[in-house]
Design a protein around this ligand. Structure first.
Ligand SMILES: NC(=O)c1ccc[n+]([C@@H]2O[C@H](COP(=O)([O-])OP(=O)(O)OC[C@H]3O[C@@H](n4cnc5c(N)ncnc54)[C@H](O)[C@@H]3O)[C@@H](O)[C@H]2O)c1
Length: 326
């Protein structure tokens, strides 16, 4: 297929593009580089540097590359920033998304895989979370992702546009070529590895008195290659219907302490932790069930083991100590 990847210069988008190309698809990356990196764009892909709000550039990219489907990953995704700057999140995650959908409609492109988030569920009582569980986002980030998902339903009704929405928690790990490098890093695994590399002094652990196996919060981590493959697999369902799928690690998740201990083990470095108070709105456990996508699409994560995830991230970081640079 000829696929447009929005946000393809970002962390997950770089790997989605690489995997698409490895599978023999054609990929066009559409990214403003406002956060991503030119060096994260696979050299085999077409590249368009433009914003989603630029309707003309979008239409040109869709037409000139004869795009058949879009994988939409461009977004703002800093959860705590979204609380202080909600308009930014509505603008980029909803309004800019609508600009993309309008351009797709104009160019008769009717298939979209959307990189959503399990933050759409908020703080559910039941774990692991299923697609049928209520959505009740507690932060503008999750709220705006859910708003876009809802818009997709109405675009399907109005224009026959099919979508697959993928809801997941923490992408992690790297390929040989591409890894995670955000200017503002909030994700645990890269933070822990930065501490191992001496790029930061220590790691704050928010609460060690949760009702979990070691008192620290338990979260869901998925290898970025497994995530990328799920996005590509989801393109298939669009021939038949729209769908929403959770992507989860499939097991019991990993605690903060387990992540730190595994990182110590993999890197052979000391990683200093500091216990800080619990953060408001941080549930003890957050894990998503992947039962539906395994059953319906045969998704089989290959790199689920935490050690494998951290090893790949550490290898990439060791080869790219400055990340993608500026
Ligand atoms: N990283 C995670 O753990 C995670 C978890 C769940 C969902 N997601 C979702 O996956 C997607 C990708 O996440 P990521 O961590 O790779 O993010 P990222 O910040 O690394 O990449 C996002 C990319 O989108 C581009 N972009 C943003 N707004 C744009 C716009 N208006 N026009 C053009 N380009 C624009 C940025 O320049 C960047 O390259 C996001 O939609 C995010 O919400 C990520």
């Amino acid at each position: 297929m000829r696929v447009l990847v929005t946000g393809g210069a970002g962390y997950i988008g770089s790997v989605v593009t690489e995997e698409l190309l490895n599978d023999g698809h054609e990929a066009t990356v559409y990214d403003s580089l406002y956060k991503g990196h030119r060096a994260a764009v696979d050299s085999r892909a077409q590249f368009v540097q433009a914003d989603l709000m630029d309707a003309e550039a979008l239409r040109r990219a869709l037409k000139e590359n004869r795009i058949e489907a879009v994988i939409h990953m461009a977004a703002d995704s800093l959860v705590s920033e979204s609380v202080y700057q909600p308009a930014k999140y509505y603008r980029n995650n909803v309004a800019a998304g609508l600009s993309l959908l309008d351009a797709m409609r104009d160019c008769d492109v009717r298939k979209l895989v959307f990189s959503s988030t399990a933050a759409t569920y908020g703080e559910p009582d039941r774990q692991p979370i299923a697609e049928t569980d209520p959505t009740n986002p507690t932060k503008p980030y999750g709220e705006t992702k859910l708003a876009f998902e809802r818009a997709l339903r109405w675009f399907e009704r109005a224009y026959g546009m099919r979508y697959a929405s993928l809801r997941y928690f923490n992408a992690a790990g790297a390929t040989e070529q591409f890894g995670e490098w955000h200017d503002t890093e909030t994700h645990l695994i890269p933070l822990v590895l930065q501490a191992a590399a001496g790029l930061r002094q220590d790691i704050q652990v928010y609460g060690d008195d949760y009702p979990t196996r070691d008192g620290t919060c338990v979260r869901d981590y998925i290898h970025v290659i497994d995530l990328a493959r799920a996005h590509i697999l989801a393109l298939q369902i669009l021939d038949q219907r729209s769908a929403i799928y959770n992507l989860g690690c499939g097991g019991e998740g990993y605690s903060v302490r387990e992540v730190v201990d595994t990182a110590r083990n993999v890197t052979g470095r000391e990683i200093t932790t500091r216990i800080a108070p619990r953060r408001p709105g941080d549930p003890a456990v957050l894990i998503a069930s992947s039962e539906k996508i395994r059953r319906e699409l045969g998704w089989q994560p290959e790199f689920q083991d935490l050690r494998v995830i951290i090893e790949s991230a550490w290898k990439w970081m060791s080869r790219h100590p400055q990340g993608y640079g500026k």
